[in-house]
Write a protein that binds this ligand. Structure first.
Ligand SMILES: Cc1cc2nc3c(=O)[nH]c(=O)nc-3n(C[C@H](O)[C@H](O)[C@H](O)COP(=O)(O)OP(=O)(O)OC[C@H]3O[C@@H](n4cnc5c(N)ncnc54)[C@H](O)[C@@H]3O)c2cc1C
Length: 401
């Protein structure tokens, strides 16, 4: 069932109301340079099939690009000082952040060299990453089988799991209380001006035509469908990612860091259970509505890796599993932000691939600054701008999961 909007014109129309739609909306309400009207259009207010509902909600500082390190550092600061950031509202809870770190395992010299290089970038930007020898890993985490491993990078500061859904819930709630209108409806088309330089209005599934000053594409894996409404192509497609929750007959003596196995399988502590995930070997774009689980991936790929890397995981029970969609940036796997180069009032918050949850505070804040002031202020996010796509210049991030 669709809802009708209260007005026929808004300063900002946001297409999609999950993590990114709500982050941008809330940061706009919090920005002293902006006092305009905001409409968030959400086609499914249950959020059942969103990336946001299927996330693993991990946070790391182990990126190869300095700006990605800084983006995640703001996430850690935002999480640790959440109530302060939310206006010191006494109703706002503390947000869990479990810093058991990521453990990138290298089984060859080339990847070990990449890890050494990344560690230097991260340390230079204030991250606590340590490059570890095999002996150091074994001493700290005796449960790993390290037969094929030669080195690792690990960081125990502000890196691990965080409760990102609490951020989402409170951004949405607070944005609504501050006057943002959330509408259950779907944007199905857009009208541009005669010169093609501006989206003048969006058309809702229920037929209304809504004028807009700025339109923000926060449509997750459907981002390309939304951008096409404005005549814009972006390299973003839905890619399936599988998550498995399992219980170990004999739990490990200490938290399992989010371990990136050379096979591509990752695993971590998840409360009293454990979580594992991976991409499929064959990784095509999938249908927007295809969330079918492939159980052979658990049997044939994930479980054998778990049992080999952590012999104590020989005896485990699968407790839950799901398939979700990354909004996968096929061009360079980094976020796409900023204004379109020709359709000037069309703004992207897209293509976050597997690291969008932790990037939502910095990217939401920056996008709000861009709308309010015409520039990024707290952190220069311009390396992520759409412009690079138009120019064909990749912004490479080597640490993509
Ligand atoms: C399995 C998995 C694990 C992940 N793990 C991590 C992790 O550990 N750490 C991390 O940082 N990130 C992780 N991510 C990524 C992170 O979850 C996403 O980047 C983030 O949730 C994206 O949020 P979003 O708002 O852009 O997209 P979504 O959550 O997909 O929301 C898009 C919204 O737009 C709406 N919409 C689309 N089109 C329209 C339209 N035309 N009209 C109205 N509404 C529309 C949709 O209904 C939806 O609600 C993971 C993702 C997956 C799938």
């Amino acid at each position: 069932m669709t809802q009708a909007p209260a007005k026929t014109s808004y300063d900002v129309v946001i297409v999609g109301g999950a993590m990114y739609g709500s982050s941008v909306a809330w940061f706009l309400t919090d920005n002293p340079g902006f006092d305009g009207s905001i409409l968030v259009v959400e086609r499914d207010p249950t959020y059942e099939f969103t990336s946001t509902s299927h996330t693993n909600s991990c946070m790391r500082q182990q990126f190869s690009a300095a700006i990605n390190v800084k983006v995640s550092q703001f996430a850690a600061d935002f999480v640790k000082n959440f109530r302060d950031y939310m206006g010191d509202d006494p109703r706002v809870p503390d947000v869990a952040l479990q810093s058991y770190g990521y453990m990138y395992l290298a089984d060859n010299e080339a990847f070990a060299a990449t890890l050494r290089e990344s560690q230097k970038v991260q340390a230079a930007n204030g991250a606590g990453t340590k490059h570890m020898t095999c002996e150091e890993i074994a001493a700290a985490y005796p449960f790993y089988n390290l037969d094929d491993i030669i080195a690792a990078n690990h960081n125990l500061v502000d890196e691990g799991y965080f409760d990102g859904n609490t951020l989402f819930d409170w951004w949405k709630r607070s944005a609504k209380e501050r006057g943002v209108e959330y509408l259950t409806n779907e944007v199905i088309a857009m009208n541009r001006n005669a010169a093609g330089t501006k989206v003048e209005s969006v058309i809702l599934k229920s037929g209304e035509v809504i004028s807009c000053g700025t339109v923000v594409n926060a449509s997750g894996p459907r981002a390309v469908l939304t951008s096409r409404m404005a005549g814009i192509e972006i390299p973003v497609e839905p890619r399936k990612r599988y998550t498995f929750i399992f219980e170990a007959e004999k739990p490990l003596e200490r938290d399992l860091p989010l371990t990136i196995d050379p096979s591509g399988v990752h695993m971590r502590t998840d409360g009293t259970y454990y979580l594992a995930g991976c991409p499929p070997d064959d990784d095509p774009a999938v249908d927007y509505d295809d969330f079918v689980q492939d159980h052979s991936i658990w049997e044939e790929k994930v479980w054998p890796v778990l049992a080999t890397r952590v012999p104590q995981f020989e005896a485990i029970k699968l407790r839950n599993s799901w398939a979700g969609h990354y909004a996968y940036n096929t061009f360079d796997q980094n976020a796409i932000l900023g204004r379109h180069t020709e359709v000037e009032n069309f703004i992207f918050v897209n293509g976050f691939s597997g690291h969008g949850f932790q990037q939502s505070p910095a990217m939401g804040r920056g996008t709000a600054e861009l709308i309010a002031y015409g520039e990024y202020r707290a952190l220069d996010l311009s390396p992520f701008n759409y412009e690079r796509i138009a120019k064909g210049e990749k912004f490479i991030e080597k640490a993509v999961i």
